[in-house]
Design a binder for this molecule. Structure first.
Ligand SMILES: [Zn+2]
Length: 284
């Protein structure tokens, strides 16, 4: 309760300054985020240009949480000290069996964000009210399950249309898009996902947001290999004086979007324990 209260306070203080971002679905249901059905896509690069000059990578995981598969994703991230963003589906988060994994996600310093209540295509839902409820109910369900306010949002399927833009504007939200999609949700092939990600990441020069799905076996299987490959590639680059692949932590993205000096001020008034969870989950 204290964390939620603090999050709300932070959200209220910061809101005027920041660019606010970002049917029972089972693990077997196929997300189709990769193929926007709408002609107008979201701007890319999704999280702006590189800040360090190095190729930068941000990890995001959609459609969970799933108590069967998400823990393995968390294990892999923890092994490599990576903090990611989990765009949760409200009804997945509301599942009582997910409460433990949600607590772990927060405890391990990841950001949780809203990916709607039931993962509908917000441009295709006929009823405006239903589309609105998808966003609002998702936020409510995730916040109730986690005790943390959410600030970031991603539309299912990356859907973009005038309705979505209006709904986001009304809520002072922007869409948190992605740049790299290995489509593991579609082909279910871990090797294919590994090959795609390592090829793209090996060639990239700017900042890229990677989209994967913590409900998918192919994600669980390929992620450890991808992270080991990045470590090995960085070792190789060290030897040839080539810019390393820099993992951008999700809280670093949050900090980038804070008003100058805000973090120092808030650190003085909050306990360290509540600080990371609250800041990370509230800010765009
Ligand atoms: Zn999705």
């Amino acid at each position: 309760m204290r964390a939620l209260l603090f999050s709300c306070i932070v959200a209220c203080i910061v809101a005027p300054f920041v660019r606010t971002a970002d049917a029972k679905r089972h693990a077997a249901a196929a997300p189709k985020d990769a193929k926007p059905k709408h002609p107008k896509g979201w701007p890319m690069p999704a999280a702006g240009p590189t800040m360090s000059g190095d190729p930068e990578l941000i990890f995001t995981f959609d459609d969970g949480p799933n108590p069967q598969t998400t823990p393995a994703v968390l294990d892999a991230l923890a092994k490599h000290h990576i903090h990611a963003v989990f765009f949760m589906v409200g009804e997945m988060a509301a599942n009582k069996r997910a409460s433990e994994v949600i607590a772990r996600i927060l405890r391990e310093g990841h950001i949780i964000a809203n990916h709607t209540m039931t993962h509908q295509d917000l441009c295709r839902i006929k009823d405006d009210d239903r589309a609105n409820r998808e966003i609002d109910d998702g936020k409510t369900a995730i916040e109730k399950a986690s005790g943390i306010a959410t600030g970031w949002f991603r539309t299912p399927y990356g859907a973009r249309c005038e309705r979505v833009e209006s709904m986001l504007a009304e809520r002072h939200l922007t869409h948190f898009h992605w740049d790299l999609d290995p489509q593991e949700w579609k082909h279910g092939n871990a090797k294919k996902a590994f090959d795609y990600v390592t090829k793209q990441v090996g060639q990239m020069t700017g900042r890229n947001v990677l989209l994967m799905h913590d409900i998918k076996k192919a994600t669980v299987e390929s992620l450890p290999e991808i992270l080991d490959w990045i470590d090995a590639e960085n070792e190789r680059r060290k030897g040839i004086h080539k810019r390393r692949i820099r993992i951008i932590q999700s809280y670093e993205i949050a900090e980038e979007r804070l008003p100058p000096g805000f973090l120092d001020w808030i650190a003085e008034v909050a306990s360290p324990a509540s600080l990371s969870a609250s800041i990370a989950s509230v800010l765009p």
